[in-house]
Write a protein that binds this ligand. Structure first.
Ligand SMILES: [Zn+2]
Length: 259
C-alpha cells in the first residue's frame, strides 16, 4: 500500500506518535485518552480540495464528532497485505462523498478547514488497521487503533502521481506496439532463410521459435513486466526518471513510424 499527499499544499505540521507530537500538545492528547498524536497533520487553506490519497479503492463513511469535527473514512474494499485499512480525513469544511460510495485514488473527498478540535486550518490524516466493517483491530493501542502512516507515505501530491501513472501507461502501450512490430520484422527476416535440417525434433523446435504468436507473446510479456513495475511504483518513475523524461519517451515512441 502507498499513501500520497491528499492536498496540494506541502506542509506537514505534526507527525504520528509521542516522539512527533508537539510537547505543548501532549497533555491535550492525554486528556483524550491517547499517548500522542494519532495521524499526520498537513496545513491547508480553508476550502482547499482534499483527495483520496491511498492507492486503493475504498468505501466512504462520513463522520461528525461531538466537537463539530467533520470527516470522512475510506475503508479499503479489498484486503491489503492480509487485512483491511481505513484512511481518515478530518477537520473538513464540507464533504463531497456519501456513505457507501466507492472511492478511487484521486477522488475528491471534500474541502479542508478547521472544524472540531483544531487550532487552525489543516487536514488530519489518520490510518487504522481494521476489520472489513471498519472497526479497528486494536482500539486500545494508545491511539484508538490508529497506526503510523509514515512507512506507507510518499510526500507527493496524489494528483501528480495519477498523472504520472497515466503517462507511464501511454508510454507502455506505445512501447508494446513497437515491440510487437519489431517482433514481426524479425520474423519476416527469419522466414526468408531456408532451414536445412533433417532432424525432425530440431525442425519442430525451430518452427516453434519461428511462430509469430510465440515471439509476440514473449515480447509483450517483457513489456508487461516493465508496465507492471512502473504502475506499481509510479513514485520511482516520478523521482528517478522524472516527468520530463516520460514526455520525451512519449514523443520518441509516437514519432517512430511502425508498420
Ligand atoms: Zn491531527
Amino acid at each position: 500500500m502507498k499513501i500520497y499527499r491528499a492536498l496540494k499544499t506541502n506542509c506537514v505540521t505534526q507527525g504520528y506518535g509521542v516522539e512527533n507530537t508537539a510537547p505543548s500538545m501532549l497533555s491535550l492528547y492525554k486528556s483524550l485518552g491517547m499517548l500522542g498524536h494519532n495521524g499526520i497533520d498537513f496545513a491547508c487553506w480553508s476550502g482547499e480540495p482534499i483527495y483520496h490519497c491511498g492507492d486503493f479503492t475504498g468505501i466512504a463513511k462520513t463522520e461528525v464528532d461531538s466537537k463539530g469535527g467533520i470527516g470522512v473514512d475510506v475503508i479499503s474494499k479489498e484486503e491489503i497485505e492480509g487485512g483491511y485499512f481505513k484512511l481518515r480525513y478530518w477537520h473538513l469544511k464540507k464533504v463531497n462523498v456519501y456513505d457507501g460510495q466507492e472511492i478511487k485514488e484521486g477522488d475528491l473527498i471534500g474541502w479542508g478547514d478547521n472544524t472540531g478540535l483544531s487550532t487552525g486550518d489543516h487536514l488530519h490524516l489518520g490510518l487504522k488497521s481494521c476489520h472489513e466493517d471498519g472497526e479497528p483491530l486494536d482500539k486500545w493501542n494508545g491511539y484508538y487503533g490508529a497506526v503510523d502512516p509514515s512507512p506507507y507515505f510518499e510526500n507527493i501530491f496524489v494528483l501528480d502521481i495519477l498523472e504520472v501513472k497515466q503517462e507511464a501507461l501511454s508510454v507502455i502501450q506505445l512501447a508494446q506496439k513497437l515491440i510487437a512490430q519489431i517482433g514481426l520484422w524479425l520474423l519476416k527476416g527469419r522466414s526468408k532463410k531456408k532451414i536445412k535440417n533433417n532432424n525432425m525434433e530440431n525442425n519442430n523446435m525451430k518452427k516453434w521459435y519461428q511462430s509469430k504468436t510465440v515471439w509476440i507473446a514473449i515480447l509483450q510479456s517483457t513489456a508487461g513486466i516493465i508496465a507492471a513495475f512502473i504502475t506499481q511504483h509510479p513514485e520511482i518513475a516520478y523521482l528517478v526518471t522524472g516527468k520530463s523524461i516520460i514526455d520525451v519517451l512519449i514523443r520518441v515512441v509516437t514519432e517512430v513510424k511502425v508498420g
